[in-house]
Design a protein around this ligand. Sequence first.
Ligand SMILES: [Mn+2]
Length: 470
Amino acid sequence: MTTPVSHQPPPAPLASLETSLRDYLENHEGLVRISKPVKLDDIGALSAQVDDPILFENIVGRPGFRLTDIHVKNRRNQARAIGTTPADYLRSLAYRLRQPPTPFAMVEKGPAREVVLKGDEVDLSALPIPRHKEGDKYPYITATNLVRDPETGFYNSCNAGTTVVGRQRGLISIVTAHTNIIMQKYAARGHKRMPIAMMVGVPPAYEIMANYSGLHMDMWGEIDMVGTIMGKPIEMMPAETIDLLVPAQAEMIIEGYVRLDERFEVGEVTSPSKYYLPQREWIPEFIPAAITMREDRPIWRNHQTCPDTDHQTLPRLCHEAILYNRLTEMGLQVKDVRFPSWGGALSCIIQFDYRHDGFVNDALMATMGAPWLNTKIVVAVSPDTNIEDAGAVYHAIASRCDPETDIIRVPKTRGSLYDPSARSLPEEFYPFRLSGKMGIDATIKRRQDSADFRPAYPVNWGQVRLSDYL
Ligand SMILES: [Mn+2]
């Protein structure tokens, strides 16, 4: 018997994986390069039409800056981001997340500090920051940030959207539990503000790791693991005005503070489920202290938040890898785990082969019971279903699932704050919600006759092309 592929170490990351975003984009096959002038307000709608990294080189009113987006929307580019192939991607990320952190390569000063703006020179409104949707009054910063736990010294990272309401004032939406815990630690120590650094324009592996969500705060920070998933140490340097380390190879760093003493209402949230949800938030102020950047046309990294962009995939890539590990631990031959962008970040598809009855419901329950609030509807499919194709997954549900026996429903579970169908909880818990969950077994089952599932195709399907006859 051969060792299952899930129990063999995957290949190491490619040594050629670029250490800066500009080199990464320059070498990227399929980069969509836009040299014509583009208005800031058109950048979101244009970005959301591509599947590959896009680079705007000529932004009206913002000469000297470039802008990029859509780095990890599909498996091909996710694999590229961590220096592997699409076939090896999921098990490689899953494997590297089980490895230890990689110490930084410390430098005094890197390219991210070739230009330093401080004091009155700091002007967020001069940066090439787009508005994200029709209802937005203000530009929206989506950069990945770094904060330090004052108790352990470990860093934490997340992508907290910051609404730019003035030259030196933003309102920062910190929704992740870890950064909120760290803010409470600063407040409990009598601090009125928390230092924070936004890292703008880093290779996509940094952002994949920054969106990790698991038990780690007592052991390492997400930034400590970036070198592990890239297969080489990352360069870090001291920030200009705050006591934090920042990535030396970034395009730009925005340093500053989150004020801990007051909150302000905003109502322009874009949920990954593609709605204006939650309808309102009370969030703290971000006050910038310095902007440092590269000298040669620094690249702003935007994460357009709607409709189908990195916003649906990026926060869930480590989730998929963690679920891959859990399901593999069950003895399943996992082929893929996906939070498809067409599932509104509320649904997960798990794909595997299994030996006998019983595995599917355990796999569905493990996934439905994930730590995050995005596994409301879980669909299990067999390896022959094309997981990339919403139609094929729907066909598997329609033709392989008997609702009488192949659906699990669980009442009263934690709903997503981004799910308009979930019930509201009492006001004190706003914006959290309550919802049921559903697991759908759309695999081919033992009780069924496998010959019933032989797909029918025309003679010479895939051999003859219509275009040859037009
Ligand atoms: Mn964290």
